[in-house]
Write a protein that binds this ligand. Structure first.
Ligand code: ADP
Ligand code: MG
Length: 626
């Protein structure tokens, strides 16, 4: 087209498209769910705006918030249309080509190592998956604030935009037309598309319709000419089979009736492919594990084979009413801790009375729980206010509090159900082995490896729930035998008379095991916790005690190993020597010289004062690694 404006794709986007076009990835199905997901997002947006401005929906068909799929077998086109918010010319330029999302290069990198396209939606570049199946794509779009435009590209590094003067007006919304590649012909089969929608888009909250064929019986006068039958049905219908019904033509009375015959005809109509049910409104007892798993996949745009590690589906009642589903993902997202400090966004979708409001609310969960995925539907929050006003709403505090409780309960259960975890009750007798024992085996270790750091950050940040979070803490120790152990287990192993919980910090366990600070403690069979993650140093500045036991860093001043009657005697007899040492070493680096009972083979050791930084902390501060 001569009046089309040409644009080049941003470099990263162009690279991504090249990879997709040339991909040998076998699961090309994913394009459909990405387009449906975008259509659903666009519908969510217009529905949200219509809460405060009814006019915005327009009238007639435009008010129907739905998604329509059409197949054109002759021209080999699949088109997906929504009556969502649509895109202005500027939106088309920015969203589909010139502005790279932060996930673009991350995804390109991932593609090159794993080749797994399944997570494309999570990286915010799902649209481009259309080039897995199409070599030419048109996007026709109409936004209320602009004219209708067509975006088009053959994935050759450039795209074009023209004002649309030739297509039918959309009213409002977007139609994406995929001109399929030769080898992608299967996507012109209705049955294939129905299967895909069922498989991937079951939880889309808008009706998805397919312009689908249907065989119907039609009675026509038998003596009429076949060629005149067309008028009785849709213009797209075709005759397939003719059954002679002539014998019925005369009934018992011998009365003459017009002869009829039944023919099978193919007609086309919109067929609804999903039943628009909100899973969170159903009773948890009626929802199967498989349904929760599929729901998680669509919620998280994480279509791997993995099941979520855990979920919690509940109803809150009282002053603030809501229903919610929370999930622990099977894996930590690629950038979970990378963007921790400048990303407040929780991965919770907020609905108010079934209407999607936002997935960018930062007041629903505290930062350290942002690894969870979930959805919350509130009956208490007001519907017709702006997002900003909602963000200030007084109920949010209560909602957040309840969500945290439920989240921590869910994680606690992960540990309780894991047969690998040592539980008090197990020590007595073998507990009943339930059928899914194998599946639960090791699940808490898996959780801990993926999300343990979040629990530690929680202990640092959430004073109210510190004790609950501390219960979830796992670590290795001098007596944990290479496995993870908990504070409760530590306490159950404490020696009579032992008052404090002993720990030591450092870069790794092997190094710590050789530490002179442990000599005496090991010999006397005191258990010492190894903290080897840089974040542990910060953690221990906040975790002062647990179940009335104080934490004692064994490399710091103040270590007490129960009373030893000789202590006083020794102190007395070496008084002169320690005094001499103190004088000899006096400097700003040495505060005091004392007789110690923490050593066994080593003659002396440098310890940190109670409130000073441990040697490990000094090292961390110097390298600034958290
Ligand atoms: P994401 O959906 O994660 O934002 P996509 O690559 O799937 O990433 O889509 C890019 C952007 O294009 C969307 O954020 C949206 O702004 C726009 N877009 C895509 N499809 C539609 C649509 N059907 N209606 C309106 N906007 C759309
Ligand atoms: Mg998308």
């Amino acid at each position: 087209r001569s009046d089309a404006e040409k644009f080049e794709f941003q470099a990263e986007v162009s690279r991504l498209m090249d990879i997709l076009v040339n991909s040998l990835y076998s699961n090309k199905d994913i394009f459909l769910r990405e387009l449906i997901s975008n259509a659903s997002d666009a519908l969510d947006k217009i529905r949200f705006l219509s809460l405060t401005d009814k006019e915005i929906l327009g009238e007639g068909d435009d008010t129907k918030l739905e998604i329509q799929i059409k197949l054109d077998k002759e021209k080999k086109i699949v088109s997906i249309r929504d009556r969502g918010i649509g895109m202005t010319k500027e939106d088309l330029i920015k969203n589909l080509g010139t502005i790279a999302k932060s996930g673009t290069s991350a995804f390109v990198e991932k593609m090159q190592t794993s080749g797994d396209l399944n997570l494309i939606g999570q990286f915010g570049v799902g649209f481009y998956s259309v080039y897995l199946v199409a070599d030419y794509v048109e996007v026709v779009s109409k936004h209320n604030d602009d004219k209708q435009y067509v975006w088009e590209s053959k994935a050759d590094g450039a795209f074009a935009i023209s004002e649309d003067t030739w297509n039918e007006p959309l009213g409002r919304g977007t139609e994406i037309r995929l001109h399929l590649r030769e080898e992608a012909g299967e996507y012109l089969e209705e049955s294939k598309l129905k299967d895909l929608v069922k498989k991937y888009s079951e939880f889309i909250n808008f009706p998805i319709h397919l312009w689908a064929s249907k065989e119907i019986d039609v009675e026509v006068p038998a003596d009429e000419d076949d060629s005149s039958e067309e008028e009785s049905s849709d213009s797209s219908s075709s005759e397939e089979e003719v059954e002679e019904d002539a014998e019925k033509a005369e009934d018992e009375d011998g009365e003459k009736k017009p002869k009829t015959k039944t023919i099978k005809e193919t007609t086309y109509d919109w067929e609804l492919l999903n039943d628009v049910k909100a899973i969170w409104l159903r009773s948890p007892k009626e929802v199967t594990d498989e349904e929760y798993t599929k729901f998680y996949h669509s919620l998280a745009k994480d279509f791997g084979d993995d099941k979520p590690m855990a979920w919690s589906h509940f109803t809150a009642e009282g002053d603030v009413e809501f229903k919610a589903v929370l999930f622990v993902p099977p894996k930590a997202p690629h950038d979970l801790y990378e963007s921790y400090y400048n990303n407040n966004k929780s991965n919770m979708k907020l609905y108010v009375r079934r209407v999607f409001i936002s997935d960018e609310f930062d007041e629903l969960l505290p930062k350290y729980l942002n690894f969870l995925r979930g959805l919350l539907d509130s009956d208490t929050l007001p519907l017709n206010v702006s997002r900003e006003m909602l963000q200030q709403h007084s109920s949010l505090k209560t909602i957040k509090k309840k969500l945290i409780r439920k989240a921590l309960d869910m994680i606690r259960k992960l540990a309780e159900e894991d047969p690998d975890e040592v539980h008090e009750k197990d020590k007595k007798e073998d507990v009943d082995k339930s059928g899914d024992e194998d599946e639960k085996k090791g699940q808490y270790t898996k959780f801990w490896n993926e999300f343990g750091k979040s629990i530690k950050l929680g202990i640092i940040e959430d004073a109210t729930n510190r004790n609950r979070l501390a219960k979830l803490l796992r670590f290795e120790s001098t007596q944990s035998d290479g496995k993870l152990t908990s504070l409760d287990q530590y306490i159950s192993r404490m020696k009579p008379g032992q008052k404090d919980i002993f720990y030591i910090t450092g870069t790794n366990k092997e190094q710590l095991e050789k530490s002179p600070f442990l000599e005496r403690l090991k010999k006397k069979n005191y258990e010492v916790i190894f903290f080897t993650d840089p974040v542990d140093e910060y953690l221990m500045q906040y975790l002062m005690d647990y179940e009335d036991k104080k934490f004692q860093n064994v490399s710091k001043e103040g270590l007490k190993l129960g009373k030893d009657s000789k202590d006083k005697e020794l102190k007395e007899s070496f008084k002169e020597l320690t005094k001499w040492w103190k004088g000899a070493l006096a400097s700003e680096n040495v505060d005091d010289v004392k007789i110690s009972n923490r050593l066994d083979n080593s003659p002396c050791v440098v310890v940190t004062s109670k409130y000073g930084w441990s040697a490990n902390m000094e090292r961390i501060m110097q390298s600034q690694t958290l």
